[in-house]
Design a protein around this ligand. Structure first.
Ligand code: ZN
Length: 150
């Protein structure tokens, strides 16, 4: 199987350089430095910014310029943070592996593990994820791991 074929049935794929805004759909997207957003440089400094709605996303590094995920507005960024606040303790405060916790969430959302990143989700999926995580217990994840390995 071609490496890219496994992505064909994914809903979310933000591996590539954005040509359209992931928030409003505008093509007025440009690569810039994040002092334009924050007033000073944070991290590696690279980002994509939409001139139409001002959504933005950082990059993994300034050489490849690959985006960290979907270009997001304030609402999406806040939802993403709310998800991490519920999700991170599931693996940080337990002996579960992070990837198993993502696997649990992927199975609940009906997504592939490879597309299960909060920074890739749209509003609908962030809200779905948040409501799942609000009701997730240690037992749910250990059950998921046990059944998956049968
Ligand atoms: Zn936009």
């Amino acid at each position: 199987m071609n490496n890219d074929d496994v992505w064909n049935d994914c809903i979310f794929d933000f591996r590539k350089i954005p040509t359209k805004c992931g928030n409003c759909g505008s093509s007025k997207v440009r690569y810039t430095t994040n002092d334009e957003i924050y007033g000073r440089i944070y991290g590696n400094g690279g980002c994509y910014l939409c001139d139409n709605c001002k959504a933005y996303v950082g990059v993994h590094n300034t050489k490849s310029k690959k985006p960290l995920g979907r270009m997001a507005n304030k609402e999406l960024r806040e939802l993403k943070m709310a998800c991490h606040k519920k999700f991170d303790p599931l693996w940080k405060n337990t002996n579960f592996k992070r990837t198993d916790c993502y696997g649990y969430l992927a199975s609940k959302l009906g997504l592939h593990l490879r597309e299960t990143h909060f920074g890739w989700f749209d509003k609908e999926y962030l809200e779905k994820a948040l409501s799942i995580l609000e009701n997730t217990t240690y037992k749910d994840i250990s059950m998921y791991i046990r059944l998956r390995k049968c």
